[in-house]
Design a protein around this ligand. Structure first.
Ligand SMILES: O=C(O)CCC(=O)C(=O)O
Length: 205
């Protein structure tokens, strides 16, 4: 555990000033079931990354669904866009109405159990539209989601349960990093969908 204060609900401060919002139970049970069943057919991969001269497969499975021209350079890897599956497309349309923002890509991460994880990062790739929100939706096992400030010693923990949504405003990616820590005893799996707005054909320009 780091020396930083880990705050479930930050006491004595105006939470509305934080650039994220946790919306519990945003998805209906039916939506969760339909998306979970659909995900059984998603073409998940575990791409290999090179770190400190060593190659290793990422500690989770992932797939990127997006419009034509919205390939994504993520952690140094070019991920080609797959066509939108039915229920994911329906959720995209729902979110576009809700937030009045286009979401032309979604990264789906599948954490097979508590050993699967994601390290500290910000969703700040140059092909993402400046000022756009990233919407995260979780299905399956409840997992901790950690957020730390890039400059000051401030850290928060949110517990994301099945059906929850996390709205990440643009300032979150500029000033904060996030991660999904390992939970060694957890046996259940979890899906996370992050809907993003990319500049189309960014990598073909
Ligand atoms: O699984 C999560 O909740 C985190 C996903 C994430 O950080 C990302 O897709 O960039």
């Amino acid at each position: 555990m780091s020396q930083l204060s880990l705050l479930e609900t930050p006491p004595n401060r105006d939470c509305s000033a934080l650039p994220w919002q946790h919306v519990r139970q945003y998805l209906s049970l039916k939506q969760q079931q339909l998306l979970q069943a659909e995900a059984a057919q998603y073409p998940f991969e575990r791409p290999t990354l090179t770190a400190y001269g060593k190659q290793h497969a990422i500690p989770r499975q992932q797939v990127w669904f997006a419009d034509d021209g919205c390939d994504y350079l993520y952690s140094g890897l070019m991920i080609c866009a797959q066509p939108w599956p039915h229920y994911l497309l329906r959720l995209r349309l729902q979110l576009e109405q809700e937030f009045n923002q286009p979401f032309n890509g979604v990264l789906v991460n599948h954490y097979r159990d508590g050993l699967d994880r994601m390290g500290w990062h910000s969703d700040d790739e140059p092909e993402m539209v400046a000022g756009s929100k990233v919407i995260s939706v979780s299905i399956g096992a409840e997992r901790d989601f950690d957020i730390r400030h890039k400059q000051r010693a401030e850290q928060h923990r949110i517990s994301l349960a099945s059906g929850d949504m996390l709205v990440m405003h643009a300032a979150m990616q500029q000033q904060w990093q996030h991660s999904l820590p390992q939970r060694k005893k957890l046996r259940a799996d979890r899906l996370n969908l992050t809907f993003r707005q990319l500049i189309p054909f960014y990598h073909q320009r």
